[in-house]
Design a protein around this ligand. Sequence first.
Ligand code: ZN
Length: 233
Amino acid sequence: MTVPSVNLVFLGGLGEIGRNCFCIEVENRILVVDCGIMFPEVDMPGIDLVLPDFTYLRENADRVEGVFLTHAHEDHAGGLAYLLRDVPVPIYGSPLSLGLARNRIEEAGMMGRTELIPVHDGERREIGPFDCEFIPVTHSVPHAFATAYHTPAGTILHSGDFKLDPTPVDGRKTDLSLMGAIADRAGGVKLLMSDSTNACRPGFTPSESTVGDALRGVFRDYPDQRMIVASFA
Ligand SMILES: [Zn+2]
């Protein structure tokens, strides 16, 4: 018996921080997962941002089913308006991720070339031939997803960017038990794709809820001073 092939094509984001974008291919259809930008390095004067290489998607535009957004960080969502110029497709993601992405897409005048389709925690949905299950994960931006892709070749689990934050600000924790249940139900996970910034460094990243305490401490320690807050995301 031959097992139907499932292809993974990476267009950016491996071995670099930024422009996260890959394709999963089932039954000759393509689902693009994330479409981020990379911020320019010091040796890139005059460059505003770096995009994934869209050549493959341009050449196979008629096979692209849609884009799934794991979360709304710029290095995962910032390239959408550029992709839509060449490849008009629907975009799936959490309502928050879509809301944040919408700003950039509207700014670029590309809303007419897409449809924003919300998906929800724990939902299982078919996007063309892609049988997807959306798992809540904590990250430094709310409403991030890990995703299980139930493919003809087995279940692929993609963690997305994540942290294991036991006290997230919004109380929405990483659903490890759902991951376990999916693995049990599927008879094991065929492929785990997992990475997160600083994943190779030992130790823990503090919970996002410590940010509030830190700010309160600064307010207390520097009364009557002006405070400027900068946020990467
Ligand atoms: Zn992220």
